[in-house]
Design a protein around this ligand. Structure first.
Ligand code: NAP
Ligand code: G4F
Length: 361
C-alpha cells in the first residue's frame, strides 16, 4: 500500500519553509509545520497559506514548538507520524552566530539530534524520511575553485560548526540505524521572502528605499565577498526530490556561478536606472552615482549612496563560495530556472511594491 504523504517542516515561518509548504501542498501532501511562540506575529510568510483554503486545501496545520525543547518535538512527531521531515529550523545568520554561539549550537546542532532521536525512540526508522538543511558555510574558504560533495570542510563561524555537527549526525544516523536521512548542502539562495538582514535583501530593500527618497545611504560590510546565489523557489524543489530518490544521498545544490557583493550592488543599481562609480579602498570605499536615469528631488548625480561600515564585518568571513552541482544535475536533473537577473528583478519589484511605488523607475 502507498504511504500517506505527511510532511513535517521545522522552520515553516522562514524563507524556505514557506516555499516548501506551498510546494508540498500543491503535490497533495498533508503539511504540518512547527512555529515558535513570539511576542509579535512571525507568520507573515505563511499567512496566505494558513488563511486561504484554495491554497491549503484544508491540509495545513501548525504546532507550537522550539528546537531547544525536545519533549515537544517528540510529542509533535508522535502525533503527526510524518512520512517526511524537513529540518529547516535554524538560527541562520552567520554574523549573529558569533554573538550567541551557545544558543545557535543548541538550536542548530542539538535541535537536529532531538529530531533524529525522536525518530528512533518512536520506532519510525522505516517510516519517516529526514532532510537536513546543510550549508555551504560548512566548507569555509576551501581553496578549491568550486566545491562539491567531496570537498573538505573548514567552517569559519559558530554557525558553520553547528551545521557541520548536524551534517555528520545525519550521516551517522543513516549509516547506523538505516534511517533515510539526507543532507542538502545548499549554497546561498535568496528571494523576495529573504530575511532583511541578509545582504541581498538588505541591498534590494535599501536601494529601493533610496530611489523612493526614504533613505539617503546604505551601509554595508565586506564588498569583496563572493557568493553563489540562486532563488529559494528552485532550491526547495530539490529538498523534496532528495527524499524521493531510491537511496539516501547527500547533494550540493548551487548555480555554479558567483558574484561579489559589490557586483550584486552594481546589478541592482543598474536595474533601478543608476550607474555607480566606486572610490576609495577598504573601510573608506564608497559608491557614488555616476549616471541616473530619472534624476529627482531626492536623488542626483554625485550622491554617495553606499558606504562601508566596519560594524558589518565579521570576526572571520568566508570570502569565496562557489558550488559545483554536477552530481545533482546528473542524478536529480537539477536545473535552476531563475537566473540572478530574474532574482534581482523579483526582489526589487517586491521591495518597491512594499513601499508603494510603481516599479517603472
Ligand atoms: P530563515 O528564513 O532564517 O528561517 C529559519 C526558520 O527557523 C524560521 O522559521 C525560524 O523561526 C526558525 N527557528 C529559528 N530558531 C528556532 C527555534 N529555536 N525553534 C524553532 N524554530 C526556529 O532561514 P532560510 O533561509 O529559510 O533557511 C532554511 C534552512 O536552510 C536553515 O536551516 C538555514 O540554516 C539553511 N540554509 C539556508 C541557506 C540560504 O541561503 N537561505 C543556505 C544553506 C542552508 P522564526 O520565524 O520564529 O525566527
Ligand atoms: O547574506 P549573508 O549574511 O549570507 P551568508 O553569511 O553567506 O549566510 C547565508 O548563506 C549560507 C549559505 O552559504 C546559509 F547557510 C546561511 O544560513 C545564510 O542564509 O552574507 C553574505 C556575504 C558575507 O560574506 C558577508 O560578510 O555578504 C557579506 N556582507 C557584506 N556586507 C554582508 C554585509 N552580510 C550581511 N548580512 N550584511 C552586510 O551588511
Amino acid at each position: 500500500m502507498k504511504k500517506k504523504k505527511v510532511a513535517l517542516i521545522t522552520g515553516i515561518t522562514g524563507q524556505d519553509g514557506s516555499y516548501l509548504a506551498e510546494f508540498l501542498l500543491k503535490k497533495g501532501y498533508l503539511v504540518h509545520g512547527i512555529k515558535r511562540k513570539s511576542s509579535q506575529f512571525n507568520t507573515q510568510l505563511i499567512e496566505n497559506i494558513y488563511e486561504d483554503p484554495s491554497i491549503n486545501n484544508r491540509k495545513f496545520f501548525l504546532h507550537y514548538g522550539d528546537m531547544t525543547d525536545g519533549l515537544t518535538i517528540t510529542k509533535i512527531i508522535k502525533k503527526v507520524r510524518p512520512s517526511e521531515i524537513y529540518n529547516l529550523a535554524a538560527q541562520s545568520h552567520v554574523a549573529v552566530s558569533f554573538q550567541n554561539p551557545e544558543y545557535i549550537s543548541n538550536v542548530n546542532s542539538f535541535g537536529t539530534l532531538r529530531i533524529l532521536e525522536s525518530i528512533r525512540l518512536l520506532g519510525l526508522e522505516n517510516h519517516s524520511k529526514f532532510y537536513q538543511a546543510s550549508t555551504s558555510e560548512m566548507f569555509g574558504d576551501d581553496k578549491k575553485k568550486s566545491l562539491n560533495e567531496k570537498s573538505t570542510f573548514h567552517p569559519k563561524s559558530p554557525y558553520g560548526i553547528s551545521k557541520l555537527y548536524s551534517y555528520w549526525l545525519t550521516k551517522v544516523y543513516r549509516e547506523s540505524y538505516n534511517i533515510f536521512a539526507v543532507n542538502g548542502i545548499l549554497f546561498n539562495h535568496e528571494s523576495e521572502r529573504r530575511g532583511e538582514t541578509f545582504i541581498t535583501r538588505k541591498i534590494t530593500k535599501g536601494l529601493s528605499e533610496i530611489v523612493c527618497g526614504k533613505r539617503k545611504c546604505l551601509y554595508v560590510g565586506n564588498l569583496n565577498s563572493k557568493r553563489d546565489w540562486g532563488h529559494a523557489e528552485d532550491y526547495v524543489k530539490m529538498q523534496w526530490l532528495m527524499l524521493q530518490q531510491k537511496n539516501p544521498k547527500d547533494y550540493v545544490i548551487a548555480t555554479g556561478k558567483q558574484l561579489s557583493v559589490k557586483n550584486f550592488i552594481n546589478k541592482c543599481s543598474n536595474y533601478l536606472g543608476i550607474k555607480l562609480n566606486w572610490h576609495g579602498k577598504g573601510l573608506k570605499e564608497y559608491g557614488k552615482i555616476a549616471k541616473i536615469k530619472n534624476e529627482n528631488s531626492f536623488l542626483k548625480k554625485g550622491d554617495v549612496i553606499i558606504k562601508v561600515d566596519k560594524r558589518y564585518f565579521r570576526p572571520n568571513d568566508v570570502e569565496n563560495l562557489l558550488g559545483d552541482p554536477k552530481k545533482a544535475v546528473k542524478e536529480l536533473n537539477w536545473k535552476p530556472k531563475i537566473s540572478i537577473d530574474a532574482l534581482i528583478k523579483r526582489m526589487i519589484n517586491n521591495d518597491l511594491k512594499n513601499i508603494e511605488i510603481k516599479k517603472n523607475v
